[in-house]
Every structure is written in structure tokens, then in C-alpha cells.
Design a protein around this ligand. Structure first.
Ligand code: SIN
Ligand code: MN
Length: 287
């Protein structure tokens, strides 16, 4: 899938692109059918919400589930990022975020590149998130919120929040968020939340400031995120477990466009369990 010049310009200006209904209901149904089985597994890749069994985020399903292994090589998700970076990519991170009905908790304001830089020593913001909605995303079930154009600010100061939710995050302080929202238009477009049917896709810059509120609705809001990194920009430090920040820098080779509907052989090397060396960081935390 090739981005047009108008899309490239919009991405440069806003820091994200939204593609409503890019995947068909049948393609999404096949992915969705796999999620309960993945979330039910007792494996470290399932991070649960605080005080609940609901999955907040699941890591690396492309390493142990056939359908998600195919999604990780889908040309509609991978090719636009190859085009933007002008080089081949590898999978830095793969996650299926639950944001489950009633239980899905907030994601505080942050930039993903802040984490990739601070934790993984990724040299530059040449990694991108590509999200696909597996559920209808609406104003009630905690859609992703963006501050358009905030990627232009580069890396912002962030503090390591290890207490608000069950998952530690490098978060941006309230004053900075307020100023950036004002700069982006305040009440008139300073925050946007792309909403749409299952199968919609969002591509967003590693420095784009984003967040999502909790999900008090009776509807799940499952999103899959591929974090695709340019090969030359591979991470330099393995502080986080390998299932969170991958250490294999193999170029992604796309499958054909119908890969969610037809069987294509894919590798799922962690099907019988996560290799021991991928379960921990290889560095001690600083005292
Ligand atoms: C994230 O920013 O990594 C997750 C946000 C969300 O799924 O709402
Ligand atoms: Mn994020």
C-alpha cells in the first residue's frame, strides 16, 4: 500500500494518518477469534490490569500465534512505514491492548519514543506505531487521543510513572500537555480521537503525544499495535525483557495482501513457551 503525496503531507503536519475500515470484517473476525485464547494463557506476555484479571496488554503474539504472525507481515501495515523511512523494518514491539469493557484502565500522556530512547537506547525516532482496531472504537470505550503536530516538539521531558497503572510508562507532565494542546488549537482540534469500525488503522509518529482514558462502557476496545523500527535504528540496550523490546533485528518480509484469509506458512517459535533468555532484561536497574 503506497501513501499519496497528500497523505505524506498530512502525516508530516499532524504526526498521524487514519485509515477507516482498511481491513474487512472477515479479516478482523479471524484476528478477533484468536484473542480470547491468547488472553486466557498464563504467560508473562499477558500484563493484567491492577486488581483485575482483564488483560491490559499482551506482548509478542506474533511469536506464538499464526494469525498475528501473519498480521505482523501484512503489507497494508508494513509498506507505508517502509515508504516513510525509505528502508526495511524489523518488529521492535508487538502488542494487543485490551482496554476491556468496564476494566480497561488509562494510558497516561506519553510519547512512545521517550520509552524507546530511555529504556532501549534507540538512536532516533525512526520507529512508528501502526494500530488496527479489532473492535468498534467510539467516544465511550477509551479511544486513543492525539495532540496533532506534537511530534514536531521532538523528545519531551518525561518522568517514569510506575504507580498509576499496572504498567510503567515514561509520562509527560500536565503543564507541558496543557501548553501543547493549546498550541495545537485548544478546544478547536487541540486533541483528536480517531474513531471508527473494526478494521480501521492508525499510523502515528514515535514522538506524537498520546493517551487514552479508562473504558467504563460495556464494549471492549481491543487494538493491535505493531511498532516498526528502521533496521539501521535498532536498539542498543537490552534492559527490558526481549518479549517487550525485541532483540532480533531481522527485516520483515511482507506476505501477500490476502494473508489473513489464506494460509501462508509462518514461524511461531514461542508456541511452546518463551525462551528463558527473553524473559528478563540483560542489565541490572540502576540503584
Ligand atoms: C499505548 O499508548 O501504548 C497504548 C494506548 C492505548 O492502547 O490506548
Ligand atoms: Mn503509546
Amino acid at each position: 500500500m503506497k501513501l499519496t503525496q497528500a497523505q505524506l503531507d498530512a502525516f508530516d503536519r499532524d504526526g498521524y494518518l487514519f485509515f477507516p475500515s482498511l481491513f474487512t470484517p472477515e479479516e478482523v473476525a479471524r484476528l478477533n477469534a484468536e484473542v480470547p485464547g491468547i488472553y486466557a494463557q498464563k504467560r508473562p506476555e499477558n500484563v493484567r490490569e491492577r486488581g483485575s484479571d482483564a488483560v491490559r496488554t499482551n506482548f509478542a503474539a506474533h511469536k506464538y500465534n499464526d494469525m498475528f504472525a501473519r498480521l505482523g507481515r501484512h503489507p497494508r501495515m508494513v509498506e507505508p512505514v517502509e515508504q516513510l523511512f525509505g528502508e526495511k523494518l524489523y518488529m521492535h514491539q508487538f502488542k494487543i491492548n485490551g482496554k476491556m469493557a468496564f476494566d480497561g484502565d488509562v494510558w497516561q500522556w506519553h510519547q512512545d519514543y521517550g520509552t524507546w530512547m530511555n529504556d532501549d537506547h534507540m538512536p532516533a525516532a525512526r520507529a512508528m506505531n501502526v494500530a488496527i482496531f479489532l473492535d468498534d472504537t467510539n467516544e465511550f470505550n477509551g479511544p486513543l487521543m492525539f495532540i496533532p503536530g506534537s511530534h514536531k516538539a521532538g523528545v519531551l521531558d518525561a518522568g517514569h510513572d510506575t504507580s498509576t497503572t499496572s504498567y510503567p510508562l515514561w509520562t509527560i507532565n500536565k503543564d507541558t500537555v496543557s501548553q501543547m494542546v493549546e498550541k495545537a488549537g485548544g478546544l478547536k482540534g487541540g486533541i483528536v480521537a480517531p474513531k471508527g469500525p473494526p478494521g480501521s488503522m492508525i499510523l502515528f509518529h514515535g514522538c506524537l503525544v498520546h493517551a487514552s482514558t479508562s473504558n467504563l462502557s460495556p464494549w471492549n476496545r481491543v487494538n493491535v499495535y505493531l511498532s516498526l523500527n528502521a533496521l539501521s535504528n535498532h536498539i542498543r540496550r537490552f534492559k527490558r525483557p526481549g518479549y517487550i523490546a525485541h532483540r532480533q533485528f531481522d527485516a520483515i518480509e511482507c506476505l501477500p495482501d490476502d494473508c489473513l484469509l489464506k494460509d501462508y506458512p509462518v514461524q511461531t517459535p514461542w508456541k511452546d513457551g518463551t525462551p528463558a533468555e527473553e524473559l528478563t532484561g540483560l542489565l541490572k536497574e540502576a540503584a
